[in-house]
Design a protein around this ligand. Sequence first.
Ligand code: ADP
Ligand code: ASP
Ligand code: MG
Length: 383
Amino acid sequence: MSIVVQKYGGSSLEGHARIEGVASRVAALRREGHDVVVVVSARGGTTDSLVEEARLLAPEPKQRELDMLMTAGERISMSLLAIALNAIGCPAVSFTGSQVGIITDTRHTDARILEVRPFRVVEELEAGNVVVVGGFQGVSTAKDVTTLGRGGSDTTAVALAAALGAERCEILTDVDGVYTADPRAVPSARRIDAIAHADMAELARYGATVLKEDAVRFAERNGIAIGVGSSERGTAGTIVLEDPPHAPRPVTGLALVAEASLMELPENVRAQVVREFEEAGAPVRLVVGTRSATLVVVEGHPRGGASADEAEVRPVSLIAIVGPGAAEAAVAAAAISVVEDLGCAVEAMVSSGRSTVIAVSRDAADRVIGALHDALLGEDTAR
Ligand code: ADP
Ligand code: ASP
Ligand code: MG
């Protein structure tokens, strides 16, 4: 069996014409002789509006019920796509995450996949059907419906590809591949043909939503190559794999967390605050300690760190410079110069592993990322 897993994102399924377009591309793949599993997201904006509706009824809805609600978005997409496929004579059947055996832990709204038991998928593929799966969801060891964190349909696709031993795993979206920076924020960004899992995971961690970090880490652990491409063309412009064939440049790409908050914590509360953030599942992106103080940067607004109340909260943006040589002193020095030449301040900075991450004021972020791209990834920078 040559199994292809394709995941279509929210914008690819907005409106009947797009659903029909996806159906005809999937049917063509089936006619080429592949067994096709299609993972779908909720249509664009659906998950946000479901969450907003819940918050009108209760400011802090129960997480279990939020999970139940949010999975409704993917159910709509999966059944509509299966209906469209059947209508053009391509037999298809849709399933929830629970039905295809995606077993997770019990952490509602941000569950981790523990195991995939894809028996029903295999049975239906053997019966000649295209299998359409609602992404972003599973069932917990306590038998409750869970979701995998925002953007989690990517994780569903990679986990299914691993469990099925698929020949290809493709994430199809509204861009034609992974770029050196978000092409909407940095127009001079270039498409990357091949990128290492390690770099992609780091970019995703710092805001490159084109792939979810968990999905990339899952792929890395299981040796899965991910193709990323345009849902309209149905082909991958970038391949994410363990070891890209070309000699790597020191910097692969840049990513941006536009809304983050920086807190400077005094010695007496720092351990407590960091622990509270961890317990609340707050997306802590940087912790930088010195003997007397600790800087903590969380994505969005701080939540869960009650002991942080006295700390001054500064709104910042985080920019990550990612690549095999991105933590080298030369890159860090170049980055500091770029920020200072723009008359901006480096609010915090850490170089380690495969990245240098800089916090700057939010109003400077667009200018800084553009200038960093010119300096570190421009056409005339050394290859
Ligand atoms: P989907 O709904 O298909 O899951 P997402 O919105 O999650 O799509 O991801 C696609 C978006 O990711 C693009 O529209 C693009 O603006 C953004 N993006 C951020 N960083 C990058 C990058 N480095 N390369 C490509 N796209 C990126
Ligand atoms: N619908 C979910 C979200 O908006 C999951 C996904 O799109 O991957 O986050
Ligand atoms: Mg996404």
